[in-house]
Ligand binder design. Structure first.
Ligand code: ZN
Length: 433
């Protein structure tokens, strides 16, 4: 078939050449610069020669192009093969990390870096491995190196910030996280970390600003509420700082703002009362905690009220506050116990005894209560009853002596367990006095 085609083509070419010779019988003269003219050249020969030279030139051009293409393809293939091998090693290294074989993983990544020192994946992975081994300096070294390859990589900046924070290089950590939040103004993790660092650095104002961003960026309603509480706490911290610098007016304004946002935020009442007390405005301090207790019935506020009332030498204020609290929530026995202790402190022994009995009648039976009663009886000269109560206290203490504590999670158990039922740790329960 091919041969037939060749013969047909040959015949066509021969016919074409013969017809050229017949159609162009004349001769011509070709004049070229710097050489003698070529005379009596057959016209057909000129045409054929030109055609041959043209075809040869075109074929040479195609040949050169083809060679060039082959060389480039070969180079790319070689590069791709090398890259493929490295990526295979890198994937293997990641598998080793996932399997907890960190030393082998380190060797694998180092081997990759020997062949391609700028391999971003291997550099980052080495930093990660060193981080998980708590080798902060090495982690910083590799993560910085990875960052020099991709400077605006957000993930790397977060890692580096974390490395610096662990290595106690807070200024460096803050700097890198600030850069990050400038590049990515909506980076929630960045602002959370930044806030923590500022607080540790003793910079509540900056911590507060970072936390504002965190609250704005948090979408999940449950988390948002928690972040809001942190924000209010930071504002109290800020007020403390303002007060420490002598700017009590500003501090009071800040705290009132906190309470305007959440009137159940106990730390703000406590701090506010503290500032009033420091400035000699005890009345104001007392009414602040009273107002607080009305908004949120919290024992801490009552205890603070007692301290302030005693400092003001107005114990009646504390007593009536406790009485109101007992009347408002009879099931909550904490105010009754606090009142019993206050009566005892004030040497109002009959009233103290009455409160203790009230608690006992409500099923509250703990050593402190019996101890208090024993003390009350002792001071009233009722020694036999006092002795009886002390015996009771001793009995209770003895019972408490036999307890087991988990040295892993701190849970207390009445009897020994081979495996802590709270945290699942084996052989962790010890007898503790
Ligand atoms: Zn435990």
């Amino acid at each position: 078939m091919k041969f037939t085609l060749f013969v047909i083509l040959l015949v066509i070419v021969v016919i074409f050449c013969v017809s050229l010779v017949f159609l162009n019988p004349g001769v011509t003269t070709i004049v070229l610069p710097f050489v003698d003219p070529f005379r009596d050249i057959p016209q057909a020969a000129v045409i054929l020669y030109s055609m041959l030279v043209g075809t040869a030139a075109a074929m040479a051009a195609i040949f050169i192009k083809e060679i060039q293409r082959t060389v480039v393809t070969w180079g790319n293939e070689r590069k791709a093969k090398k890259h493929g091998q490295l990526e295979e090693r890198y994937a293997h290294g990641l598998d080793l990390v996932a399997g907890g074989r960190l030393e082998e993983a380190t060797a694998c990544f180092e081997e990759i870096l020997k062949k391609e020192p700028q391999h971003p994946g291997a550099t980052t992975a080495l930093g990660d491995v060193h981080y998980s081994c708590k080798k902060w300096d090495k982690a910083i070294e590799y993560h910085s190196q990875a960052r020099s390859i991709t400077p605006a990589n957000i993930r790397l900046m977060l890692k580096l910030g974390r490395d610096y924070a662990e290595a106690d290089r807070r200024t460096d950590a803050i700097e890198i996280l600030s850069q990050l939040t400038q590049i990515d103004g909506d980076n929630l993790t960045g602002f959370v970390e930044l806030g923590k660092l500022y607080l540790k650095q003793g910079k509540p104002e900056q911590a507060y600003n970072a936390q504002c961003k965190v609250v704005n960026l948090t979408k999940d309603p449950n988390r948002k509420e928690k972040e809001q509480q942190i924000l209010l706490g930071l504002k109290c911290e800020l007020a403390g700082e303002q007060s420490a610098q002598g700017d009590d007016q500003n501090a009071i304004r800040t705290l009132k703002d906190v309470l305007h946002k959440d009137k159940r935020f106990v730390p703000a009442y406590i701090k506010l009362a503290e500032i009033y007390q420091k400035g000699g405005a005890l009345d104001e301090a007392i009414s602040t905690v009273e107002r607080g207790y009305r908004s949120t019935p919290c024992m801490v506020l009552l205890q603070r009220l007692e301290e302030l009332a005693l400092a003001e030498e107005q114990p009646q204020e504390a007593i009536s506050a406790y009485r109101q609290a007992i009347g408002r929530a009879p099931d909550d026995l904490a105010p009754a116990l606090a009142l019993a202790l206050l009566y005892f402190k004030l040497e109002m022994l009959d009233e103290a005894e009455k409160e203790c009995r009230y608690l006992l009648s409500h099923g509250k039976d703990f050593p402190l209560l019996h101890q208090l009663l024993a003390e009350i009886y002792f001071r009233s000269g009722r020694f036999e009853e006092s002795c009886g109560r002390y015996k009771h206290v001793l009995q209770k203490q003895r019972e408490r002596l036999f307890r087991y504590v988990c040295n892993n999670c701190g849970a207390e158990k009445a009897s020994w367990e081979a495996r802590c039922t709270s945290c699942g740790q084996w052989n962790s329960l010890v007898w503790q006095i």
